[in-house]
Write a protein that binds this ligand. Structure first.
Ligand code: AMP
Length: 405
């Protein structure tokens, strides 16, 4: 069975085609600058050179058509016809309280996703454009939606409610949803697999730290608490997002600086985090290089970022009455030797002992980087959200096929 995984943004669309026989990637790519005069299609058939085309692609249906043209192209394609695509899986950022797991796309599913436009105005409408485009171009194909929030629906009330008037939850569904769920689910399963231990018996803290960053406490294989909240702004310090702050700063700043709601929103989402403190960049590689070159602000940004990760590890170890596994994933978590070292320093009281040599080794494989006598297994686990989307899509499409047979 071939599964096409799509991550549709407002002006871009990423794709990956899997052969589920062995979970191999047949091709991957992206369409960027949709709706602009020079859209770019980058297509990478596995094991063959990348192809790049610049053209005018005005909306998502044309973008999907382009993707299918590439996948079935005489020279660069990997399929004879689009009929060989058995199902399509979409990443959807917000599933609200309606979706505790992945779902087959039906009129009801689409209605629920639409209801969540308010909660994820940048993401859900774009995902919906992707779904409708596939309906137009591949009519009848089974489509599945996989939500970033679904994994966190197991959180207890004490984790997901905010201590504000309950009427806000009842009227407006204001609560913690959490994000990066597909990633936290994938890396925790993979970690248990590598350790050869049942996930249900482990207390894990998973740190997905990339441009966006979140930490999750995973107890008995389920999300128990997570640092992102109603929106992906809460929690850890990020590339351009502030993460946790005193909410009173918002009205105070608006008043003092004469800012509108949208300006303050933009300040916290786009002009804060690493970028604001370093005054240099939101990119951890550049921050680290500048820090080693003696830049004081870059050093401060780096240290604040690491300190905030460390605080969440301590908080979640307390929340679960212990920690067996500490996981690092995503761009910074997988690649920054120095950040991992900084975060783990001074956590010996929790039984965390990093092996500096193992930590410094470069590898694309999931691996343990703690010493043999560390009571916590510290691990680097490369995330693969697309594979988890492909697996869920495969499972649901097969079930649907069996029901219809
Ligand atoms: P992601 O959002 O998961 O793609 O992660 C992007 C972030 O990972 C950016 O801040 C990159 O600078 C960071 N990153 C990637 N490689 C490295 C590296 N070798 N060292 C430090 N940061 C890295």
């Amino acid at each position: 069975m071939n599964i096409l995984v799509i991550n549709a943004g407002s002006s871009s669309l990423k794709y990956q085609l899997y052969d589920m026989k062995d979970e191999s990637v047949l091709a991957s790519g992206r369409v960027e600058r949709i709706g602009m005069d020079s859209s770019i299609v980058t297509h990478e058939p596995e094991g063959r050179p990348e192809v790049r085309i610049v053209d005018e692609i005005l909306e998502h249906t044309s973008a999907i058509k382009r993707v299918l043209d590439m996948l079935t192209h005489k020279e660069h394609g990997v399929l004879k016809s689009v009929e060989e695509i058995d199902a399509v899986g979409h990443r959807v950022v917000h599933g609200g309280e309606a979706f505790q797991e992945s779902a087959v796309v039906t009129p009801e599913t689409k209605l629920e996703i639409r209801k969540l436009f308010d909660l994820a105005p940048l993401h859900n409408p774009a995902h919906m454009m992707g779904i409708t485009a596939v309906e137009a171009v591949l009519p009848g194909v089974t489509q599945v939606v996989v939500f970033d929030t679904a994994f966190h629906q197991t959180m207890p009330q004490q984790s997901y409610l905010y201590p504000v008037p309950m009427v806000l939850y009842k009227r407006h569904a204001i609560r913690r949803y959490g994000f990066h769920g597909t990633s936290h689910a994938y890396v925790s399963e993979r970690a248990a697999e590598v350790l050869g231990r049942p996930l249900e018996e482990l207390k894990l803290v998973s740190c997905h730290i990339g441009n966006g960053a979140s930490a999750t406490a995973i107890l008995n294989g389920k999300s128990f608490d997570t640092s992102m909240g109603m929106t992906p702004l809460e929690g850890l310090m990020m590339g351009t997002r502030s993460g946790d702050l005193d909410p009173a700063i918002v009205p105070y700043t608006m008043n003092k600086e004469d800012l509108t709601l949208s300006e303050v929103n933009s300040m916290l989402n786009k002009h804060s985090g690493l970028l604001a403190i370093s005054g240099l960049s939101s990119d951890m590689r550049e921050i680290t290089e500048a820090m080693f070159d003696g830049d004081k602000n870059a050093k401060l940004a780096f240290e604040m970022y690491a300190y905030r990760v460390k605080k969440y590890i301590g908080a979640y170890a307390a929340a679960m009455n212990g920690i067996d596994v500490l996981l690092f994933t995503a761009g910074v978590g997988e690649n920054s030797v120095v950040l991992r070292e900084h975060v783990c320093e001074g956590l010996t009281f929790l039984g965390i002992k990093l092996d500096k040599e193992l930590n410094a080794q470069r590898s694309k494989e999931a691996r343990v980087i703690s010493t043999p006598d560390s009571s916590v297994a510290v691990m680097v686990v490369p995330t693969n959200e697309e594979l988890l989307i492909a697996r869920d899509t495969f499972k649901l499409a097969r079930q649907r096929g069996a029901e219809q047979a």
